[in-house]
Design a protein around this ligand. Structure first.
Ligand code: GDP
Ligand code: MG
Length: 388
C-alpha cells in the first residue's frame, strides 16, 4: 500500500490547501457582485420617508463634505447649563404622593356624593385608613376624631373630606412639634443617620449634604458603614458628585475610628455639618445597636456636637417600619424620622402611626432617588394632598 496511499494522501492535502487559499477570493468576488447589484448607501441611517438622495455610484468611497452644512452646524450656539441649574427644583409632595392619594380618592369621591352619614361611610373611612397603613390603633383614633367633629358640625357626607383633612393635620401637628434640623451654636454639628439596610440612609446623607451646601454650609460625609464593601464607594460617588468632603475607613474596619477621624477633620477644616452614614446590618442585631451607642459616645466627646439622630424608614415597608423604629429608638435617642420612598407606595399613612406611637416627628420625606428629592414634612400639606 504504502507508496500509493502516501501519494493519495499528499494529493488530498494539496487539493484542500488550494481550496482554502482560493476560498476568500471566491467569496470576495461574490460579495462584490452582490454589492454591485444593490443600490449602495453611504450612510447606515435609514430615512424612511422622503425620497432617497441620488447617489453617484462612482464616488461611493469618497467622503463628500457639504461646507454650507458644516458652517451652519458650527454656527449653532449651544446654551450651556450650569451644573447647579439641573434639577434644583424640589419636587412637590402632592405630585409624588400618587399612590397614597389614590387610596384616599375613592373614599373622598363617595363622600362628595353627599347624603346622610351612615355606618357604611364610617366603615369605608376605616378601611381606607387601614389600607394606607395608618395602623389599627391610630385608625380608630382618627375615625373617632372625625366622628366627633361631624357631631359638632352636623355636616352631611360631603362635609367629611374637610373634617378628615383637619383631623389628620391636627394629629400630626400635635405629635411632631419640632421638625427643624438643628445646628450647634458653635463648632461642627453631627447628624447621625441610622436604620436597617436598604431604607435609603446613604441616599439621604447625599440629599442632606446637598441641602446644607445650598444653605452655604461646609459639609463632610463620614462613611461609617464599613460592614458592606460597596457602602463607602457609594457615599464616595455622591461626595464626588456634590463636591463635598468625605472621610472613609477600610472595608471591615472600625466605624468608631471613621467617626473619630471625621470629627477631627471637621474641627481642622471648619466644617459646619458632619453627616454620618452608618451600617444597617451587622453580624447580630445586638452588635448593631451596641455599635450605634458607641458611635454616639464618640461624637459626644465633643459636647454639643451631636444635634440629630435621624432614623431613616422606608415608607413602603409600612407597619414593619414601626418594628424597626422600636429597636432603634431603644438603643439611641432618635431626634427625628426621615421617611423615604413615599413616592412609590400606597402606605404613606404610616406617617401617622410613626408619630402617634413614638412621639418623634417625621422631619423629612424622600420623594425619589435624586439628590433634590427630599422635602421638609409639612402636616397640613400632607393632609391636604391626601384629602382633596
Ligand atoms: P441604605 O442601605 O439605607 O444606605 O440605602 P440606600 O441609600 O443605598 O438606598 C437604597 C435604594 O433606595 C437605592 O436604590 C436608592 O436610590 C433608593 N432610594 C432611597 N431613597 C429613595 C426615595 O425617597 N425614593 C425612591 N423611589 N427611592 C429611594
Ligand atoms: Mg448605605
Amino acid at each position: 500500500m504504502s507508496s500509493t496511499a502516501a501519494l493519495l494522501v499528499f494529493i488530498g492535502i494539496l487539493a484542500l490547501a488550494t481550496f482554502l487559499i482560493l476560498l476568500p477570493r471566491i467569496v470576495g468576488r461574490r460579495e462584490a457582485r452582490r454589492l454591485q447589484e444593490r443600490p449602495s448607501r453611504r450612510s447606515p441611517v435609514v430615512v424612511e420617508d422622503g425620497p432617497a438622495p441620488a447617489i453617484d455610484d462612482s464616488a461611493t468611497d469618497e467622503v463628500v463634505v457639504d461646507e454650507a452644512l458644516v458652517e451652519e452646524i458650527e454656527s449653532i450656539e449651544v446654551e450651556e447649563l450650569a451644573p447647579t441649574e439641573i434639577g434644583v427644583e424640589a419636587p412637590r409632595l402632592r405630585d409624588r404622593l400618587g399612590k397614597t392619594r389614590a387610596t384616599f380618592s375613592g373614599l373622598v369621591g363617595t363622600f362628595r356624593r353627599g347624603g346622610k352619614i351612615d355606618d357604611d361611610a364610617w366603615d369605608e373611612l376605616e378601611e381606607t385608613l387601614l389600607l394606607a397603613d395608618v395602623g389599627m390603633t391610630t385608625t380608630e383614633a382618627v375615625v373617632a376624631g372625625v366622628k366627633e367633629r361631624a357631631a359638632d358640625t352636623h355636616v352631611d357626607a360631603d362635609g367629611l373630606p374637610e373634617l378628615l383633612r383637619d383631623e389628620l393635620a391636627a394629629r400630626l401637628e400635635a405629635t411632631g412639634s419640632d421638625r427643624a434640623l438643628h445646628h450647634a451654636a458653635d463648632g461642627p454639628s453631627v447628624w447621625l443617620l441610622v436604620g436597617v439596610n436598604g431604607v435609603g440612609k446613604t441616599t439621604t446623607a447625599a440629599k442632606l449634604a446637598k441641602r446644607e451646601q445650598a444653605d452655604g454650609a461646609r459639609v463632610l460625609l463620614a462613611a461609617a458603614d464599613t460592614f458592606r464593601a460597596a457602602a463607602a464607594d457609594q457615599l464616595g460617588m455622591w461626595a464626588d458628585r456634590l463636591g463635598c468632603e468625605i472621610v472613609r475607613g477600610q472595608d471591615g474596619g472600625d466605624p468608631g475610628a471613621v467617626v473619630y477621624d471625621a470629627l477631627d477633620a471637621a474641627h481642622a477644616r471648619n466644617v459646619d455639618v458632619v453627616l454620618v452614614d452608618t451600617a444597617g446590618r451587622l453580624h447580630t442585631k445586638v452588635n448593631l445597636m451596641n455599635e450605634l451607642e458607641k458611635l454616639k459616645r464618640i461624637v459626644d466627646r465633643t459636647p454639643g456636637a451631636l444635634q440629630e439622630v435621624l432614623l431613616v424608614l422606608d415608607a413602603s415597608t409600612g407597619q414593619n417600619g414601626l418594628t424597626q423604629a422600636r429597636e432603634f429608638a431603644g438603643a439611641v435617642d432618635i431626634t427625628g424620622v426621615v421617611l423615604t420612598k413615599l413616592d412609590g407606595t400606597a402606605k404613606g399613612g404610616v406617617v401617622l402611626a410613626i408619630e402617634a406611637e413614638f412621639g418623634v416627628p417625621v422631619k423629612l420625606v424622600g420623594l425619589g432617588e435624586g439628590a433634590d428629592d427630599l422635602v421638609a414634612f409639612e402636616p397640613a400639606e400632607f393632609a391636604a394632598a391626601l384629602v382633596e
